[in-house]
Design a protein around this ligand. Structure first.
Ligand code: G3P
Length: 223
């Protein structure tokens, strides 16, 4: 599974990129607005921190011609950029246009397998199934993820299923179980993936026992 960070904060990207397991970053208009910085500068700074990583940057227009102009502008910023497009009628047509031109797309605000089918048929590179916002209204957001993975595999679409709107590590576990290709998540959630109390206590016991036996590893000084 690929792991993406869902953020507009440079410092969070820097930290997560330092773990060596980050495959990409997704932004959205709200996250960019929250960053307090410019859209293009933020996206390009993120790309600098994650060479080769997929960086999703979203159009904000909702009418095809303007969406296309925005998409062309965003895509021109850097080859790492994936143009993020909302799951609306003009958005599906835009994905078809961009896909035909070889421009990668991430269809966002997807909540059902039928919406995901439309995105896949248009040639979406990533299909962002939102789970947290469904759970937030007492629904089962992950159900549509499992259906979307099954649909993409059944019909042989190239689209990758990206689990978005992740609220906690259990969403990542469930995304793995559903066979999703990517999970994007806030920094706090990715940071929590490392944690387990038995890891902490087990490591401390290893260190204590080794030291108490008077043992050491004489690492050769680097010349
Ligand atoms: O950026 C797309 C998605 O992950 C945002 O979800 O519900 O945290 O705003 P949410």
């Amino acid at each position: 599974m690929k792991l993406f960070l869902d953020t507009g904060e440079i410092r969070e990207v820097e930290k997560a990129a330092g773990w060596g397991i980050l495959d990409g970053v997704t932004t959205n208009p709200t996250l960019i607005a929250k960053s307090g910085r410019g859209f293009q500068e933020t996206v390009l700074d993120i790309g600098e921190l994650l060479p080769g990583g997929a960086i999703s940057a979203e159009v904000v227009a909702t009418e095809y011609d303007t969406m296309l102009a925005e998409a062309e502008e965003i895509a021109s910023w850097h080859e790492q950029i994936v143009v993020k497009v909302p799951m609306i009628r003009d958005g599906v047509l835009l994905v078809k246009t961009l896909s035909d031109r070889g421009i990668r797309t991430n269809v966002t605000l997807v909540f059902t397998v039928s919406q995901a089918l439309l995105a896949a048929k248009a040639g979406a590179t990533f299909i962002s199934n939102f789970v947290g916002r469904v759970d937030d209204i007492s629904g089962d957001g992950m159900a549509a993820v499992a259906e979307t993975v099954e649909m993409v595999e059944k019909y042989g679409f190239d689209s990758e299923v990206l689990v978005a709107s992740v609220r906690h590590p259990q969403h990542v576990v469930d995304a793995i179980r559903a066979g999703a290709h990517i999970a994007t998540m806030p920094f706090e959630v990715m940071d929590k993936l490392f944690n387990h109390p038995l890891t902490d206590s087990g490591l401390q016991r290893f260190i204590d026992d080794f030291r108490e036996a008077g043992l050491e590893i004489r690492a050769k000084a680097k010349v």
